[in-house]
Write a protein that binds this ligand. Structure first.
Ligand SMILES: Cc1cc2nc3c(=O)[nH]c(=O)nc-3n(C[C@H](O)[C@H](O)[C@H](O)COP(=O)(O)O)c2cc1C
Length: 365
């Protein structure tokens, strides 16, 4: 797959997810098989560009090419300025968000709310395409609601405006995240356009990825929630699409190491305090469905330092590794039970707390 001059390693995209697809997560997904990762949305309001959050979101140091940054907003001029700002800060592709149903975005008539105003859609797309020399892509939903699915009209506007690739989430804005994504509209869009189309929505396994690619004829698939805590899903899908065979579940030792590296990169990227807080949700996702993980998560969420967090993760994965060589998911009810002895994890947590107290004392001294 190709976007402008950028030849992608494969057709598997990480979906942009605010608060999730930060640089550490994107790097990890790319390392574990994704061909492309779109960064979290950057507001088009220039007043926000000096904020720490925006500066962090615009930080692409060490990221594997191509670097794609998503922008959101409803003012054509501001969107053009935002695109230029991000290209000046390293973006090699600009992605426009017309897919996000979040109130915060829709209330300012950006995100998927824009789908109701097709004239404005055209003005925004043209303004952004003209503002930058890099390829511009569009992420959108199938329409505002089921009665006004206008994905085909938006596709035509996108073609005329010079958009280079479409990612389409098979839900309307009104659907939010309810029900199941539908792929018929994605199939219609693919048939109606020469642009590359990336299908998105509820793709959680290699088999589903293959089915969606075959059914829609799309050029690629985009995975969001199923990659949370499972960034290796991209290599599983890539392998299945290449060979028709499923990879065995990963070794516990490998995922333990992946998570520990992920934690270190979060601490380095956000700083220790924020890093620990951000890391909690990732640890929860990695461990969800593993035996005895519910009580582990409950304890882990109370830990305040990097050292405690790392020690708890080590202890948990050592226990998981004693039960099986490879990751084994169990149902949530079972994962809440104490099928793995709890004492060693608790002991490690207690020890980490003692270590931290000692460290604090020595710093204070
Ligand atoms: C926590 C979260 C944050 C998201 N943030 C964005 C965003 O910033 N921009 C965007 O275009 N879509 C955003 N999305 C939508 C996803 O990119 C994707 O379209 C959606 O989750 C459907 O794909 P999935 O079923 O594979 O998760 C977000 C989704 C989630 C769950």
């Amino acid at each position: 797959m190709q976007i402008g001059n950028h030849i992608l390693r494969n057709n598997l995209f990480v979906a942009p997810m605010a608060g999730v697809t930060d640089r550490p997560f994107r790097q990890l997904c790319k390392r574990l098989g994704a061909g492309m990762a779109v960064s979290e949305m950057v507001a088009s309001n220039s007043l926000l560009w000096g904020s720490e959050k925006t500066r962090r979101r615009a930080n692409h140091e060490g990221e594997v090419d191509p670097i794609s940054v998503q922008i959101a907003g409803a003012d054509p001029q501001m969107m053009g300025d935002a695109a230029r700002f991000n290209v000046d800060h390293g973006a090699q592709i600009i992605d426009i968000n017309m897919g996000c149903p979040a109130k915060k975005v829709c209330n300012t008539h950006a995100g998927s709310a824009l789908l109701r105003d097709e004239v404005l859609v055209g003005r925004i797309l043209e303004s952004v395409v003209q503002a930058v020399s890099v390829p511009v892509t569009l992420k959108f939903r199938t329409g505002w609601d089921k009665e006004s699915r206008n994905a085909l009209t938006i596709t035509r506007i996108a073609e005329q405006s010079g958009i280079r690739l479409l990612s389409l989430h098979g839900r309307t804005r009104a659907c939010g995240y309810s029900g199941h994504a539908e792929y018929d509209t994605i199939r219609e869009v693919k048939r109606a356009t020469q642009l590359p189309v990336v299908a998105n929505g509820d793709i959680c396994s290699p088999q589903e990825a293959q089915h969606v690619l075959q059914y829609t004829g799309a050029d690629g698939v985009m995975i969001g929630r199923a990659a949370q805590g499972r960034p290796w899903i991209f290599r599983e899908i890539a392998h299945f699409l290449d060979t028709g065979e499923e990879l065995p579940p990963p070794l516990v030792t490998e995922i333990h190491q992946v998570l520990v590296e992920h934690l270190h990169s979060l601490y380095a990227f956000y700083g220790r305090d924020t890093g620990v807080r951000i890391a909690r949700k990732h640890i929860s996702w990695y461990t969800k469905g593993l035996a005895n993980s519910a009580s582990f998560r409950h304890m882990m969420n109370r830990l305040e330092s990097c050292e405690q967090q790392l020690a708890a993760v080590d202890a948990f994965f050592l226990q998981v590794g004693q039960q099986a060589l490879r990751l084994q998911y169990v149902s949530e009810e079972v994962s809440g039970e104490t099928s793995i002895a709890q004492a060693p994890v608790q002991a490690a947590l207690d020890q980490a707390a003692l270590d931290q107290a000692a460290l604090d004392q020595s710093i204070a001294a």
